[in-house]
Design a binder for this molecule. Structure first.
Ligand SMILES: *Cc1c(COP(=O)(O)O)cnc(C)c1O
Length: 408
């Protein structure tokens, strides 16, 4: 009999979102007249910017002409998009990132999982706890972990707790680490890193020849001009970090699909034969072999994010969600809850009241306020005692949700 990839059997059976659905369905079937406000999922709600839609419409029409038709594009993305990204997202912040170090893709979820293709199975891997589940599950699927233990952690992974006790800043590991996943602004905690904090990680990575996988999917939500948007704002990061960026959250592209990954040409790892190998070459090879690029129409849509009209619209979009986040923070604080995040990220991370665990708090909000959020324990065992509310919703729903929470 042929064999399946048994690593998949180690995965925690879809626990978080199916369990949320189960509880939500049970509630709605016994309360058919109550409508729920969903502040649980990390998907955007506001329409696609006009600049992006117009650019994509024009691109579709271009594709209908003999001269404007585009077949397979470069696997790495069109150079006009890569050059625009280099200039607008990096050079403007003083980062050295060249257009040919930018790989355009159909999502950061795919890139942050696919990157394991070019990395060895024997690497020691560290993740934060709580964590964006993709980093963990993709390692499980690739066979980089052992079995799941009673705490809900996989053997072989190093979990770095991030809680209120350490200000949501993971401690630099004492043990040997080869790969470390960092996400700032953070999903789920909403925490953001300063340059000093990132510098500690870069120094650590350089000292121990480790690779940082830096997820900056939420960089556009940073409000303080002093905070770094990119790991490449830190000296030395070009020798130790890959960065993932996405148009999903900032430009409403969760359904359109476009993202990009930076692999600096100055990044080297070791090979079995003991040689230094440049990661850019491997990733380029991987993408050229397994990926055929993002479609032309979508890349034109992504390019329009950087037009004057696009920038205005994106600023409004991000501003709208961040206003939601600040309403959520303010109202929850005045309801007497302890809250974190929501200042540079579209997520508010709530400390559940004493004696109430994440799932009990979920049930209270569901039953008494008719609000659906996400239990912190679903993101890792150190997320127990926390709860995530997302700012991705209409103003009306956010205000209504806050009014209902205040009344319980
Ligand atoms: C939403 C999100 C992404 C973006 O993923 P895409 O595949 O580009 O839509 C990446 N990282 C984190 C932590 C996210 O929450």
């Amino acid at each position: 009999m042929f064999q399946v990839n048994s690593n998949y059997l180690k995965l925690k059976a879809g626990y978080l979102f199916p369990e949320i659905s189960r509880r939500v369905n049970a509630f709605t079937s016994s309360h058919p007249n109550i409508s729920l406000i969903r502040l649980g999922i990390g998907d955007v709600t506001e329409p696609l910017p006009n600049a992006c839609r117009e650019a994509m419409k024009a691109a579709i029409d271009e594709m209908g002409t003999k001269d404007g038709f585009h077949g397979y594009g470069p696997e790495q993305g069109y150079s006009w998009l890569r050059e625009t990204i280099a200039k607008e997202d990096f050079h403007s912040r003083g980062c050295e990132v060249n257009a040919d170090e930018i790989f355009v893709s159909d999502g950061s979820k795919c890139d942050s999982s696919n990157i394991l293709d070019i990395l060895d199975r024997k690497n020691k891997i560290a993740v934060t706890d709580p964590v964006y589940p993709v980093y963990v599950d993709s390692n499980v699927m690739s066979g980089n972990t052992g079995e799941l233990d009673k705490l809900g952690q996989y053997g072989g992974l190093i979990y770095l707790p991030i809680t209120a006790d350490n200000g949501f800043e993971a401690k630099i590991p004492d043990e040997k680490v080869d790969l470390i996943y960092l996400c700032f602004p953070n999903n789920p905690t909403g925490a953001v890193a300063t340059k000093i904090q990132l510098k500690r990680w870069v120094d650590f990575a350089k000292r121990s020849n480790a690779l940082i996988l830096f997820d900056a999917a939420y960089e556009a939500f940073i409000q303080d001009k002093e905070l770094p948007h990119s790991i490449y704002e830190i000296e030395g990061a070009r020798e130790c970090a890959i960065e993932f960026r996405s148009f999903s959250k900032k430009a409403g592209f969760t359904g359109v699909r476009c993202a990009y990954t930076i692999v600096p040409k100055t990044l080297y790892g070791g090979s079995n034969a003991g040689n230094k190998v440049d990661l850019w070459g491997l990733w380029n090879r991987r993408q050229s072999t397994k990926f055929n690029g993002v479609n032309y129409i979508v890349q034109r849509g992504a390019e329009a994010v950087y037009s004057n009209e696009g920038k205005r619209e994106i600023a409004n979009l991000v501003g709208f969600y961040m206003e939601n986040a600040s309403i959520i923070r303010r109202e929850l604080l005045s309801a007497g809850l302890t809250v974190y995040g929501g200042e540079h990220a579209p997520y508010v991370w709530i400390k559940t009241p004493k004696g109430t665990d994440s799932w009990e708090f979920f049930d209270q909000l569901l039953q008494k306020a008719n609000v659906v959020g996400t239990p912190g324990s679903g993101f890792g065992s150190a997320g127990e005692g926390y709860f995530r509310l997302s700012a991705f919703n209409s103003r009306e729903n956010v205000l209504m949700a806050m009014k209902k929470i205040a009344s319980i």
